[in-house]
Design a protein around this ligand. Structure first.
Ligand SMILES: Nc1ncnc2c1ncn2[C@@H]1O[C@H](COP(=O)(O)OP(=O)(O)OP(=O)(O)O)[C@@H](O)[C@H]1O
Ligand SMILES: [Mg+2]
Length: 274
C-alpha cells in the first residue's frame, strides 16, 4: 500500500473538514476523490502530502509519516490554486524545483529537458511563466511535480479551467504515467474524468460516502437503464431487467442500452446526504 489513511479527523476551529476518513491507494492505482465544494478534499490531500497534520487518526505514505523528508522525495504534488513563479521561465521553474527536491545539477538539467519535451513545452521553455496561458501554466506545474520522477503523484484538480483538448492531453499524460507504474491521487469535479482515469473512487462530503470502482458504483447505484431507440430517436428510462427485456424485444432496429452515468449517480447520492 502506497498511501494509508486511517480514521483521520481534521478541524478548522469548530468546523469539521474531515470526519473519520479512512482510505488507501495501492501501488499503481489511480484513486480519485470526488465531492462538492467544501467537501474536505483539499484538506485531506494536504495531509497526505504533509502540509497539514491530522488532528486525530494516522496517515502513512510509503509506510512512513507523510511529513518524513524521504517521503517528500518520492512524491510529486500539483496543489489546487497554485501557479509556477511568474518571474521565472518555464525551464527555470522546473529546474529549480528539481534542485530544491535534491537533484544534482546534472540530473536536474536532464530531467527538465526530458519533461519539457514530454509535456510539449519546447516553444515555451524560455518564456516567462507570467506570459503563458492558464493551460500552459498548468502543464508547467505538472512538469514541476514530475521533476523528481515521483512514485506517487498527487493532483488537486489538475484540469480545472482547461479547454477540452488540453484536458484530454492531461488525461493521456496521466495514463502514460500510470503505465510506468506510478500511483496517483486525483481530485476532480469532472465525473467523466474520474470515470475515465480512476481505478477507484472515493466520494467524500466531510466523511467518506461511497467507495468503489467506477463500474461497481454504476452497477450498485443504478436503479434504471437508459435505452436509446435509434429508429424513433426516443430515450427511455427502464427499471429492472425483466422490463428491459420487454422493451428491447419491442424495438425494431438498432438500439443502445446504458447504465446511468457516474454524474447522475453522484447527483442522486449527494442530494441524499446534503
Ligand atoms: N485554512 C482554513 N481555515 C478555515 N477553514 C478552512 C480552511 N481551509 C478550508 N477550510 C474549510 O474547510 C472545508 C473544506 O475545505 P476544502 O478546501 O478541503 O474543500 P474541497 O473539497 O477541496 O473544496 P473545493 O472542491 O471547493 O476545492 C470548507 O468548509 C472550507 O471553507
Ligand atoms: Mg479543493
Amino acid at each position: 500500500m502506497i498511501v494509508e489513511v486511517r480514521n483521520v479527523w481534521k478541524f478548522y476551529g469548530k468546523l469539521i473538514a474531515n470526519e473519520n476518513i479512512s482510505m488507501y491507494i495501492n501501488e499503481g492505482e489511480i484513486v480519485s476523490l470526488l465531492g462538492p465544494n467544501g467537501a474536505g478534499k483539499t484538506t485531506l490531500v494536504k495531509q497526505i502530502y504533509g502540509e497539514l497534520i491530522p488532528d486525530k487518526g494516522e496517515i502513512k505514505v510509503f509506510s512512513k509519516k507523510a511529513t518524513d523528508r524521504k517521503v517528500k522525495k518520492l512524491m510529486g504534488v500539483v496543489p489546487q490554486d497554485t501557479e509556477p513563479f511568474g518571474d521565472l521561465t518555464v525551464w527555470d521553474n522546473i529546474y529549480y524545483i528539481g534542485r530544491i527536491k535534491g537533484l544534482s545539477r546534472i540530473q536536474a538539467i536532464k530531467n527538465t529537458e526530458e519533461l519539457i519535451e514530454r509535456l510539449d513545452l519546447i516553444d515555451e521553455k524560455k518564456k516567462f511563466v507570467r506570459d503563458l496561458s492558464g493551460g500552459l501554466k498548468r502543464r508547467t506545474l505538472i512538469a514541476m511535480a514530475l521533476v523528481n520522477n515521483p512514485k506517487l503523484l498527487i493532483l488537486d484538480e489538475p484540469t480545472t479551467g482547461l479547454d477540452p483538448e488540453a484536458r484530454r492531453e492531461v488525461w493521456d499524460l496521466l495514463i502514460s504515467l500510470k503505465k510506468e507504474g506510478r500511483s496517483m491521487l486525483l481530485t476532480t469535479h469532472y465525473l467523466d474524468e474520474a470515470e475515465r482515469l480512476a481505478d477507484r473512487i472515493y466520494l467524500i462530503n466531510r466523511k467518506v460516502i461511497l467507495e468503489g470502482t467506477p463500474s461497481s458504483l454504476k452497477e450498485k447505484f443504478s436503479t434504471w437503464y437508459e435505452v436509446i431507440d435509434y429508429s424513433s430517436g426516443k430515450i427511455l428510462r427502464v427499471k429492472g431487467e425483466e422490463e428491459l427485456k420487454k422493451v428491447i424485444m419491442s424495438i425494431q432496429g438498432k438500439f443502445e442500452v446504458k447504465l446511468p452515468s457516474l454524474e447522475e449517480i453522484y447527483l442522486e447520492v449527494i442530494k441524499d446526504v446534503t
